[in-house]
Write a protein that binds this ligand. Structure first.
Ligand SMILES: Nc1ncnc2c1ncn2[C@@H]1O[C@H](COP(=O)(O)OP(=O)(O)OP(=O)(O)O)[C@@H](O)[C@H]1O
Ligand SMILES: [Mg+2]
Length: 247
């Protein structure tokens, strides 16, 4: 069997007496796009925070292509190629789009110059026309898009996207597909997508994991997982209502 891109072994995180998740074990294969779903408070963002080493794990081991990344700093983890995007916007507000992109590359140890494909990506995502505008002056959707593009321009080996579609209108969400396509086909990286948008999960993620109460409730091929009765009763009613509420 080939080596996992990301290997998560018995990972736990507690805040004092609150166990957010316990003994999580799963792998992400090279080139795989994995969905991570689950109700509010299930521990999805905390998982991304721990995997990216923004938070320290209580116990367990995380490996990136066999190399232990647990216990490293957040910047060192990004430089190794394990990069996350944020549920909420995460841009430098008073910096321009161009400056934000350079900072994202600097943070991940990349030179400032970007390749032709990345320049095309900026156009495709609607950022080309606002390249020299301050991030704070952009509408929310473009700020969120900028944060997602920043994570791609860090040229990760494994990209973890925390609710990439949150805050985007339904018609804007196609940008997430384009970014995932870029990350998958141009960067050839593995991707973990945390989302409540089940259409997006169905479209982009052949395999999914369901987190509930800090445990893996179900995992497997996405269509099978989404039709499991335990998943429907624990989560999907709620998620589908949330999807319907967004236009
Ligand atoms: N810094 C913290 N200190 C204490 N508790 C925390 C902290 N961060 C998260 N939690 C708790 O951990 C649990 C999981 O939160 P988390 O944000 O990871 O959920 P989530 O699955 O991302 O939810 P959502 O779908 O709403 O984004 C919640 O009960 C939350 O209150
Ligand atoms: Mg979250």
């Amino acid at each position: 069997m080939s080596q996992a891109a990301l290997s998560v072994e018995a990972l736990s995180k507690s805040f004092g007496g609150l166990h957010v998740f316990k003994d999580l074990t799963f792998d992400l294969a090279p080139g795989e796009i994995l969905g991570v779903i689950g109700p509010n408070g299930a521990g999805k963002t905390t998982l991304v925070n721990v995997l990216s080493n923004q938070l320290t794990a209580t116990s367990g081991t995380v490996r990136l292509y066999g190399e232990v990344v647990s216990g490293r700093s957040f910047p060192a983890t990004a430089r190794l190629g394990l990069v996350r995007s944020f549920q909420h916007t995460s841009v430098f507000p008073t910096a321009t789009v161009a400056e934000n992109l350079v900072r994202a590359r600097y943070f991940a140890g990349r030179p400032p110059q970007i390749h032709t494909e990345a320049t095309e990506l900026l156009e495709v995502c609607g950022l080309g026309a606002v390249f020299h505008r301050k991030a704070v002056d952009l509408p929310y959707g473009l700020q969120k898009t900028l944060g997602l593009v920043m994570s791609c321009l860090a040229e990760p080996k494994v990209l973890m996207m925390d609710e990439p579609a949150a805050g985007l209108e339904r018609v804007e969400r196609i940008v997430v597909d384009k970014l995932v396509h870029y990350a998958s086909h141009v960067l050839e990286c593995s991707i973990m997508i945390v989302e409540h948008d089940m259409d997006l999960i169905r479209r982009l993620c052949p395999r999914s994991i369901v987190l509930e109460g800090g445990k893996i409730l179900a995992q497997g091929a996405t269509p099978n997982v989404l039709s499991e009765p335990s998943v429907i009763s624990a989560y999907l009613g709620e998620a589908l209502e949330a999807n319907d509420a967004v236009h």
